[in-house]
Design a protein around this ligand. Structure first.
Ligand SMILES: Nc1ncnc2c1ncn2[C@@H]1O[C@H](COP(=O)(O)OP(=O)(O)OP(=O)(O)O)[C@@H](O)[C@H]1O
Length: 302
């Protein structure tokens, strides 16, 4: 078992928790060889995750497969799922980030101590991933996304937070609200064109963005489908009323909200800033396809 740790995730929470996590894993899995790798940078984390998967052994009779454990936030989860996708190596997450939306959306316990117990118990399930193809910011042409691709108001808020000198989510929400205007979207949903105007258009594999916004409430990571959620050209005041409701469980019903499901969506439009896992994703057009059962993850008991 290789545990790749971003010591800075959750503003240093991972560093504080690591000794307890290590002790619990050693106690719970005394026969496992445990390798703990503290990352020095995001690139370092990517390399360590890829190397761990390349060296990992699959399951054999009477023996569990090697497991990649990513300890950090959504950035680390994204590196882990991209390293494990399509392999037979299960991915476990110990969520110590500020958002942890991937863990939230796929049934991984959000409390680190419970996530460790889930790893010890070793229950796994296969989940779908969204494969994004296009000119991506990381220089690649393809990347898996586990949670949501955002392109509207919420993505602009995320972009503003990332580029602000002082990172304030509340301030960015307000600043983007002041500039709110519907964006022109040119979507192709399972081959059918849909030209529309919207303030939010998100494509979800799992349902959460922005640290608990349930933007795609119908998303199911085992149904082989992507969930598309759009909020049409509403006024600022309507969005201010709708937005907090997205933090609550359940569905938000409003005539401006459209929810669809598809195997593949091509997202294009004017002035879109696609974001995923808290980072810029790339320039439009982007093709987003659901890849069923692309990843095995370690989950808690439902
Ligand atoms: N030593 C490091 N290893 C990995 N990433 C690092 C490191 N130091 C800083 N980072 C930065 O941390 C970010 C990834 O953090 P991660 O997603 O693990 O946690 P978070 O940002 O606290 O949580 P969340 O993404 O859930 O809000 C990247 O933007 C990366 O550049």
């Amino acid at each position: 078992m290789t545990v790749v740790v971003n010591p800075r995730s959750g503003r240093g929470r991972a560093t504080r928790l690591l000794p307890r996590v290590q002790a619990a894993l050693q106690e719970g899995l005394p026969d496992s060889e445990l390798r703990i790798m503290r990352t020095r940078s995001f690139d370092d984390a990517r390399q360590l995750a890829l190397a761990a998967v390349a060296q990992a052994a699959p399951a054999e009779a009477g023996r569990r497969p090697d497991v990649l454990v990513m300890m950090g936030g959504d950035g680390m989860a994204s590196l882990g799922l991209n390293a494990c996708a399509g392999s037979h190596i299960p991915l476990a997450i110990i969520p110590t980030g500020t958002g942890d939306d991937f863990a939230r959306g796929v049934g991984i316990p959000r409390k680190p101590a419970e996530a460790v117990q889930a790893i010890i118990a070793g229950h796994t399930k296969m989940i779908d991933l969204a494969l994004v193809t296009g000119d991506l910011t990381d220089g690649h042409k393809q990347r898996y996304v586990g949670s949501v691709v955002s392109t509207g108001y919420d993505a602009k808020v995320n972009y503003r937070v990332n580029h602000a000198k002082v990172r304030s989510y509340a301030w960015s929400l307000l600043a983007e609200m002041a500039q709110l205007r519907p964006l022109n979207y040119r979507l192709t949903i399972d081959g059918r064109p849909l030209h529309t105007r919207a303030v939010i258009a998100a494509v979800g594999n799992a349902g959460y963005v922005g640290g608990g916004i349930h933007l795609c409430p119908a998303a199911d990571v085992t149904d082989g489908l992507l969930d598309i959620m759009m909020i049409g050209p509403v006024s600022r005041w309507t969005l201010i009323r709708l937005f907090p409701l997205l933090f609550r469980p359940g569905f938000v019903k409003h005539p401006a909200i459209t929810q669809l499901q598809a195997h593949e969506v091509i997202v294009d439009g004017d002035g879109l800033v696609p974001m995923a896992d808290g980072e810029e994703l790339g320039a439009t057009p982007l093709r987003i396809s659901c890849v069923p059962s692309a990843l095995t993850i370690v989950v808690g008991n439902d």
